[in-house]
Design a protein around this ligand. Structure first.
Ligand SMILES: Nc1ncnc2c1ncn2[C@@H]1O[C@H](COP(=O)(O)OP(=O)(O)OP(=O)(O)O)[C@@H](O)[C@H]1O
Length: 615
């Protein structure tokens, strides 16, 4: 099912699941089979499972847990895969070492050498591992596979082992994949291999929209082999007429998909279209952005005769979506964190910063920060739940012969210390928090993080600044090291405002975290960060700024530039609105920008407004 935003893909998926249960439920139960529904995040999984009445015949999960639930029984294959993976890594590191040019810094060479030693030790250690498990970060020596390993390992098993394919189909004769545009290509290949082998015994369905792909690792368009049925859904049920025209106009320069309809509301017996509003304000980039956004909101409140648009400090009825950039990060209180994981940082860090999935952040954001907050608020139950979920100190195998009361006291003491270090007034750095967690064995760290904690000495001077600001140069092996040392030096209390942004104002969490998110009033703030953002550029998207030399090279090579990525993100943001949409674009020269944007046919001319409208 390939269809635009608000066309009811998720609604259809849930109806499809219900229909399968009604038609095949009894047979599935007897054969101990289940229906798998793969979603992007745990939150989305929870929501879909609630929608199907928490039916145990439906296994709703992320791709990782789905794959692990099938692969975990194949321990011998896993062990062989891990041994091979370590060899591969050592080979890659040695290859890199022999190809280091004269400009590569000594610390990069040292790290390479230490990493080789670590992998060689792991190679030895895995022979003693009895059972491999799946955790947040991979630690082969302890028998733990991480997220990336599960994807690589299980898809390989699926692609190369007929028996494994049969097993998948036997356990899960129906597999639905939601948000299929953001699925890894190798997973699509693997699932298609199962379908090819099992034919009518295996029903596979993808639900998605290539224009809503927001992760660079996603496949976008799913290939359609012969014999597959495409299910079109041409109607839009969410957007008011004004937003629907904009959505169609955004796609006109992309894949040209046109949706019809739009949201309707009942008036007596009749269903009438909701007209709604879609406006663009183009305002000057200066130090008064917040005030200007507030002024625009007051203006819309008046124009729409809707007080809900007035600026609100709490429980804001307007959903505001911003792509964070340096200025916003500074204002929100996590400027250093932004700098560490964005300036001259590896692409994986920059991408993972947008939704807090970058590996340096994971244990902090998913465990240590929530733990610190639970302790501070006196939510003992939550603290305990987090510890049980994340701490190896409470794993059954590690509690044998241990005085449990003592262990709990010890955990409480460490949790209190972590909470203090991460408190708003604390002067502690991220490194301090991580060191304490490491020393006290509070959490099993991703070995990449452990390695850096061992390697990067305290107060290590940061290397040369990125002078030109344009982070468009090639990836340099020392980027990761520099990023990590800046990351360790960040104040730990910047994590809280960062997490609040990711949970509330980030279009990424909105898109992926809350399935099919929709809001009555949406405010999208577009604000390029003085040209340092390479992933997204609204100025380039609107044609206010020329593509760079690198963009042109990428296009010539058939690659994709930030312009396409920005179009898709803009589409996702705008199509969340059920009633009114307000877009605020900050640029250096609003008058020129307005003249240009009027010619694009995105917004009606009368709805492209400037500062003048506010005075
Ligand atoms: N057949 C229908 N009739 C009326 N309303 C519908 C219908 N199908 C879906 N809707 C409503 O339209 C809205 C969008 O539906 P849904 O979230 O399923 O779309 P989607 O295609 O998954 O959207 P997106 O791609 O933007 O996540 C929801 O409010 C849903 O209740």
């Amino acid at each position: 099912m390939v269809a635009g935003a608000g066309s009811g893909k998720t609604t259809s998926l849930i109806k499809g699941l219900a229909a399968i249960l009604a038609i095949h439920g009894e047979r599935l139960r007897l054969r101990r089979q289940r229906v798998a529904c793969i979603t992007y995040t745990e939150i989305a999984a929870g929501e879909i499972w609630t929608d199907v009445g928490n039916n145990p015949l439906v296994h709703v999960s992320t791709i990782h847990s789905f794959l692990w639930s099938i692969a975990r029984g194949f321990q011998q294959d896993i062990a062989a895969w891990v041994a091979n993976r370590i060899d591969e890594r050592i080979g890659e590191l040695r290859h890199a070492a022999t190809n280091f040019g004269p400009r590569v810094q000594q610390k990069t060479r040292d790290k390479n050498a230490r990493d080789i030693v670590r992998y060689e030790q792991q190679c030895e250690a895995i022979t003693r591992v009895r059972t491999f498990t799946y955790g947040t970060g991979s630690d082969y020596a302890k028998g733990i596979l991480g997220h990336d390993d599960i994807i690589k390992m299980a898809s390989q098993l699926m692609i190369h082992r007929p028996l494994f394919r049969t097993l998948v189909a036997q356990q899960f004769p129906f597999v639905f994949v939601d948000e299929s545009q953001d699925t890894f290509p190798v997973i699509v290949e693997a699932l298609m291999a199962v379908q090819q082998q099992e034919q009518a015994r295996f029903c596979l369905g993808f639900f998605g929209d290539p224009m809503q792909r927001i992760y660079p690792t996603g496949i976008g368009t799913i290939p359609k082999p012969n014999g597959w049925r495409a299910i079109p859904k041409p109607e839009n049920f969410r957007s008011p007429t004004a937003v629907l025209s904009l959505a169609n106009a955004i796609r006109r320069d992309g894949d040209n998909l046109v949706q019809v309809g739009g949201r309707k509301k009942k008036e007596g017996e009749e269903a009438v279209p909701v007209v709604g509003t879609a406006r663009l304000f183009v305002l000057p980039t200066d130090a008064h952005r917040d005030e200007r956004v507030a002024q625009v909101r007051a203006w819309v409140a008046k124009a729409n005769d809707d007080e809900m648009w007035q600026p609100a400090a709490k429980n804001d009825p307007v959903k505001m979506l911003v792509i964070v950039h340096r200025m916003a990060a500074k204002r929100l209180g996590f400027g250093d964190l932004y700098g560490a994981l964005n300036d001259k940082a590896p692409d994986a860090f920059k991408n993972g910063f947008l939704d807090a999935t970058a590996w340096p952040l994971r244990s902090l954001v998913s465990f240590l920060l929530p733990l610190a907050e639970a302790v501070r608020d006196g939510r003992d139950f939550d603290a305990m739940r987090l510890l049980r979920l994340h701490s190896p100190l409470l794993v059954k195998a590690n509690l044998q012969g241990v005085n449990v009361a003592e262990r709990l006291n010890q955990l409480q003491a460490v949790s209190n210390q972590i909470s203090e270090l991460m408190g708003p007034e604390s002067q502690a750095t991220i490194r301090d928090v991580l060191m304490l967690a490491k020393k006290s064995l509070l959490v099993a760290f991703d070995p990449r993080l452990s390695a850096y904690l061992e390697d990067i000495a305290e107060n290590e001077p940061e290397t040369e600044e990125n002078e030109n600001g344009e982070a468009e140069e090639e990836e340099d092996p020392s980027n990761e090291i520099n990023s990590m040392s800046a990351f360790f030096a960040c104040p730990a209390n910047q994590l809280r405002p960062y997490q609040a942004y990711v949970n509330e104002g980030s279009p990424f969490s909105t898109q992926q975290g809350v399935k099919g998110a929709e809001f009555d009033r949406v405010l999208v703030v577009l604000d390029d960060d003085e040209g340092t953002h390479v992933q997204f550029s609204y100025e380039k998207y609107f044609g206010l700024k020329q593509p760079s030399a690198k963009d042109k090279k990428t296009l010539e090579a058939g690659g994709e530039t930030g312009i396409e990525r920005t179009r898709r993100l803009f589409y996702v943001c705008c199509t969340r609105a059920r009633q009114d949409l307000l877009v605020v674009l900050f640029v250096a020269d609003p008058a020129a920008a307005i003249a240009h944007i009027r010619g694009l046919g995105l917004f009606p001319e009368a709805n492209i407004l400037s500062q003048d409208a506010l005075s």
